[in-house]
Design a protein around this ligand. Structure first.
Ligand code: PHB
Length: 394
């Protein structure tokens, strides 16, 4: 073989690897399709698929393959095992998804060791993103909703009780709320942490009722658990006793409103996303969702975390032309912004790889015959995770 042919075939071989590397970006997508609140996983997957469908044409021929796996609810061992298989056997370029904090925590070391960027589309405990430099979060933290909720509540109410699910996001919600509420001059009459699965709701609600707070602040994971809280709050007569129910938006999660009934009316929450928000980019998102999945279907905050998670991935693929070098991917993620998310403007904080977003005070009202989280005011603008901000000052 002469030198020319040698060089030419080497160039061809190089080109071939470059092309094949560019052809398909594999995403190991882990979420919950079964177990506790297993109805949430499909919101996440549908949102990713909707975004990919809308933006396929922008990908310059690069294909995206979604390898979907069921972690069966809060189950860190299962999530770790699935992530390991996706990385080692399926050689995914990215990990993504995850409803539950314990699962995201269990996957952190795998992302770090294998250098696989991991886009967290829900799990909201503040500390998660400190566990691996290969994590970025497009959802929320519970401090982002609960801290401004506490600030707002301290101006309206004197006493509060908190009731949270006993795991990471519940602890964050309790701490964020009570810190702000007390800083604002409010008094916490009690704080109770209840088992994540099947707590004895009636007993806990009775305890709160006996303490007679002005407000009960509740965090539970969204989905069916939110409806159980509403039902027990109503059945035990807390509303009649003059206690106001408030919380981060998980407790009035959009998809469960039709199952909650009138007890949800008037519940005030702080959150980053409402399906009922009237900004044009949200109306377009909700309309596209209904067109794709049916007129009676509504996205929720899990869907928006995943929709924006798909957006950051698609933008990275475009910027890197499908060559998903992990460190370059992370550098790209750190500077990402989207002024037009359905939830309003968002960006990634380059220092923490966590989402920066607005928080809205919302009230459940009847709109056109259906219950909706109606945004009343923006209580925080371009808010970074408050927990990380407080850690820096320590
Ligand atoms: C979490 O596990 O981080 C989590 C789960 C459900 C929510 C919020 C946070 O609604």
């Amino acid at each position: 073989m002469n030198m020319f042919r040698l060089a030419a075939s080497a160039a061809l071989a190089l080109a071939a690897t470059a092309v094949s590397a560019q052809q398909t970006v594999k995403i190991g997508f882990i979420t919950s399709y079964s177990g506790l609140n297993g109805n949430l996983g499909p919101y996440m997957e549908r949102a990713v698929r909707l975004y990919l469908k809308q933006h396929e044409k922008d990908l310059g021929g690069v294909k995206v393959e979604l390898l979907t796996r069921d972690d069966t609810g809060p189950n860190p061992d299962k999530a770790r095992q699935l992530a390991q298989e996706l990385v080692v056997r399926d050689k995914v370029n990215l990990l993504a998804g995850v409803i539950f904090t314990p699962n995201a925590m269990a996957m952190a070391p795998i992302a770090t060791e294998a250098k696989v960027p991991f886009v967290i589309m829900n799990a909201g405990t503040a500390v998660i993103t400190t566990r691996s430099p290969y994590m970025v979060r497009t959802s929320f933290t519970l401090w982002q909703s609960s801290y401004p909720l506490g600030q707002w509540a301290s101006k309206k109410y004197k006493t509060a009780y908190s009731l949270v699910s006993d795991f990471g996001p519940g602890h964050d919600s309790e701490e964020g709320f009570s810190k702000a509420f007390e800083e604002g001059g409010g008094k916490m009459l009690g704080k109770v942490r209840v088992p994540l699965q099947n707590p004895d709701w009636a007993a806990y609600m009775q305890r709160v009722k006996d303490a007679k707070p002005d407000v009960l602040m509740v965090f539970i994971p969204a989905g069916k658990t939110a409806t159980a809280v509403m039902k027990n709050f109503s059945d035990l007569g807390l509303g009649q006793a003059g206690i106001k129910l408030i919380g981060p938006g998980d407790v009035t999660t959009d998809e469960e409103l039709p199952n909650m009934g009138d007890v949800a009316l008037g519940v005030l929450t702080v959150h980053h996303y409402s399906a009922g928000a009237t900004r044009p980019q949200n109306k377009a998102f909700v309309a596209a969702w209904k067109k794709e999945y049916g007129q009676n279907e509504t996205p929720n905050f899990v869907a928006v975390g995943a929709y924006d998670g798909a957006a950051i991935i698609v933008d990275a693929i475009k910027a890197l032309k499908g060559n998903m070098d992990p460190d370059k991917t992370m550098e790209f993620f750190k500077t990402w912004k989207n002024p037009n998310s359905p939830r309003g403007p968002i960006s990634i904080d380059p220092e923490t790889r966590d989402i920066v977003q607005n928080e809205y005070l919302r009230e459940v009202k009847r709109v056109g015959g259906q219950l909706a989280n109606v945004e009343l005011e923006t209580v925080a603008t371009a808010l970074k995770d408050p927990w990380k901000e407080f850690q820096k000052k320590k």
